[in-house]
Design a binder for this molecule. Structure first.
Ligand SMILES: Cc1cc2nc3c(=O)[nH]c(=O)nc-3n(C[C@H](O)[C@H](O)[C@H](O)COP(=O)(O)OP(=O)(O)OC[C@H]3O[C@@H](n4cnc5c(N)ncnc54)[C@H](O)[C@@H]3O)c2cc1C
Length: 402
């Protein structure tokens, strides 16, 4: 890249990489930087999570040439089962069943392992002339000037652009440097993530079982495997993480019940502390926040990444709009804040309420939520509303998601 790019994106995680491709798709140029060596973060051991990609987010991946690189690695989600359970008992009699056929057919989303999505994004970026990916790059700071913003990187030349996009995750250095505050609530929960192989097929069904310590999610991935997100109190998670392999396998089998036949872990375990963190603003001067840098939520509804992907798609429209009108991109980022802030706050609050409602064993709350699940299972219009919401098909969608 010989002249200054339109944008510099700090953070080459799933959101930063997607934002670079989305903006490039609309004709903008981007320098993308990550502090990790790609040789490191493309390794299987880097991230054991799998993500539920909502149907609308997946549309963007079709347009950006990512889905074709994921062939054989993507598992459509056709049904969602939600049950209120008790430890050692797999389902309660009141189970809520969402079936994609009730909302006009088509999968509600797609499960893909993060490492595979990251590798696909990386490959497509490598061949995109509008993007220069620099990694490892250790960001020292940035200075905002009258007509541009300049980024200082350890041991490299400075880079200047019209705007700086912070996609550097929940501990965003850029957010702090820009002087944008954030609220933080710790859930006093952690999540264990691992992958389980099972004897019987999952048939594309995602299960969420609510236990007093937190939700236990069984999410279908390819090859008769499921990705597990086991949320519990920090003490219970630390104890489970310390279990020898055979005892951990026994505990998983107990939680699965006999629905999937014989089950056993087939990958290492990871543990993540959980919190809700919301930036006070998404835009300040020439700096805009996207992804977890702007909002990090509980994984209960599998929406955190999807929120970031919608930010990336909205950013592409905002940057495109400014360029098409001959405007300074960095001074015209406010529409991103207007477009995304409200949506993200609504989703973050619903996820927060949902987790608090379901992660406890207080008798009246337990009875009310069981009644709620039972009622909801009978009301088809309410179900299709939730299915369309989970698929990300509601609201004012950016062009790449339509
Ligand atoms: C257990 C669990 C399960 C989840 N499941 C789902 C799901 O099913 N569906 C879903 O939608 N979401 C899910 N999420 C949420 C989702 O994983 C996150 O929202 C998403 O990964 C955030 O991506 P990001 O690119 O914004 O941030 P990150 O993944 O944190 O990436 C930030 C990047 O910035 C880089 N970086 C940081 N600081 C600097 C710096 N100073 N200079 C240069 N680079 C820097 C880092 O190296 C990293 O590559 C889950 C989360 C958890 C914890």
């Amino acid at each position: 890249m010989t002249k200054n790019p339109d944008i510099i994106i700090i953070g080459g995680g799933l959101v930063g990489m997607t934002a670079a491709l989305a903006c490039a798709h609309k004709g903008a140029s981007a320098v993308l930087m990550d502090r990790q060596d790609p040789g490191n973060y493309l390794k299987a051991a880097f991230d054991g999570r799998a993500s539920a990609i909502a149907a609308s987010s997946y549309r963007m991946y079709e347009k950006l040439g990512i889905s074709e690189r994921l062939e054989g690695d993507v598992q459509p989600i056709t049904d969602i089962l939600i049950s209120d359970g008790e430890a050692g008992r797999y389902t309660s009699p009141l189970t809520l069943h969402f079936d994609s056929d009730d909302a006009g057919g088509g999968p509600m989303g797609y499960m893909v392992e993060n490492r595979k999505l990251r590798a696909a994004l990386f490959e497509v970026i490598k061949h995109n002339d509008n993007i220069e990916f620099i990694a490892p790059a250790n960001l020292l700071g940035f200075n905002e000037e009258a007509a541009q913003i300049t980024v200082r990187i350890e041991g490299r030349k400075d880079f200047s652009a019209s705007a700086l996009i912070a996609a550097d995750g929940r501990n965003s250095f850029c957010r702090k440097q820009a002087g944008i505050g954030a609220s933080l609530i710790s859930y006093k929960q952690k999540a264990i993530v691992t992958t389980v192989a099972h004897e019987k097929p999952h048939n594309g069904v995602a299960h969420e079982l609510f236990l007093p310590g937190g939700p236990f999610a069984i999410l279908p991935i390819t090859d008769s495997r499921s990705s597990i997100v086991w949320t519990d109190t920090p003490g219970a998670v630390d104890a489970a993480m310390a279990l020898p392999e055979h005892m951990f396998a026994d505990e998983l089998a107990r939680r699965f019940g006999d629905m999937y036949g014989q089950v056993g872990p087939c990958a290492p375990r990871w543990a993540y502390p959980l919190s809700l963190q919301m930036a006070e603003d998404y835009v300040k001067g020439r700096v805009a926040l996207i992804g977890d840098a702007a909002h990090a939520i509980h994984p209960i509804a599998g929406q955190g990444l999807n929120m970031g992907l919608r930010d990336a798609a909205a950013l592409a429209d905002v940057v495109h709009g400014a360029r098409a009108n001959g405007l300074d991109v960095g001074m015209n980022l406010d529409d991103l804040q207007i477009w995304r802030n409200f949506d993200n706050r609504v989703l973050a609050s619903s996820t927060d309420i949902f987790n608090r409602l379901f992660s406890n064993n207080i008798a009246p709350i337990k009875h009310a939520r069981r009644l709620g699940l039972g009622l909801m299972d009978k009301i088809k219009p309410a179900q299709s509303f939730f299915i369309r919401e989970a698929a990300g098909l509601h609201g004012d969608l950016p062009s790449l998601l339509r």
